[in-house]
Design a protein around this ligand. Structure first.
Ligand code: SF4
Length: 265
């Protein structure tokens, strides 16, 4: 039995993977995305402890909904990979229950230079080689790509793209479906050049990609920054125009379709 730190969970989720889902938000994140709308998930020692058994017991209650809708459990965060040992145990148990698994991650840690959080010593420590094994249990990988170059990624999240690259490297062997997710922020990522670079990044894995989502930046996290006594890093940035974000999403879809048409002749 493993103990994890869970920020919260939501039942009857409809957006984080196919069908009806129970979504568990894990506590802790090594990134500091300027647009983070859940800044309360970032610190490592928040949330509450739950054992893998407890999480599975919650998930099991909704099995009939999963069956009828093609849903399951989604593990999100924060950055869930920080608690990869907990996830490994959890995924094995969910598998035994026949529950479909989606993992919502931006790849931080990473497969070979993962930093995991040591609950006892309150430190980050290196580990390795876990990512491929974890993904072998996952049916849907919701891959959150923040930006398209190291320098811009660093500016937007506080880290370079190492985690993104580690996750991309796992995709050729990944047996499930991938949803690419990208938050579009005015003045940061709302331009064609970024979309073209994103296309170049994901196109080699097209046969695994089931969906591409351009998620418009919104201001719903502003209150949480106030509650935490922190300044909202994007307080001066307007929300992303929803129609414009959808246009970029279609642009990306069309590029991928054109590539597929060329590939298959
Ligand atoms: S990855 Fe970014 S948006 Fe997600 S919890 Fe971490 S800081 Fe927030």
């Amino acid at each position: 039995m493993m103990i994890g730190r869970i920020h919260s969970y939501e039942t009857m989720g409809l957006h984080d993977g196919p069908g009806i889902r129970t979504v568990f938000f894990l506590q802790g994140c090594p990134l500091k995305c300027l647009y983070c709308h859940n800044p309360d998930t970032q610190k490592f020692d928040g949330g509450r402890e739950m054992s893998t058994e407890e999480v599975v017991a919650v998930a099991k209650r909704y099995k009939p909904f999963y069956r009828r809708s093609g849903g399951g459990v989604t593990i999100s965060g924060g950055e869930p990979l920080l608690q990869w040992e907990f996830l490994r145990d959890l995924f094995q148990r969910l598998r035994e229950e026949g529950i479909s698994i989606a993992l919502d991650t931006s790849g931080y840690g990473g497969s070979n230079k993962l930093t995991s959080y040591d609950e006892t010593n309150k430190t980050m420590g290196p580990t390795s080689g876990y990512l491929g094994e974890l993904l072998s249990y996952v049916d849907h990988l919701l891959m959150d790509i923040k930006h398209v170059t190291d320098s811009k990624h660093l500016k937007l999240t506080g880290k370079n793209m190492e985690g993104t690259r580690d996750l991309l490297r796992e995709l050729p062997d990944f047996h499930g479906k991938v949803w690419i997710r990208h938050v579009m922020v005015p003045g940061y990522t709302d331009n064609k050049k970024s979309m073209e670079a994103l296309y170049c990044m994901i196109a080699p894995y097209q046969n695994k990609i089931e969906k591409v989502e351009i998620l418009p930046y919104h201001k719903m996290g502003a209150e949480k920054y106030q509650e935490l006594g922190r300044k909202d890093p994007l307080s001066g940035t307007p929300p992303m125009d929803v129609d414009k974000a959808r246009e970029y999403e279609l642009f990306l879809e069309k590029l991928l379709e054109a590539r597929e048409a060329l590939r298959t002749g």
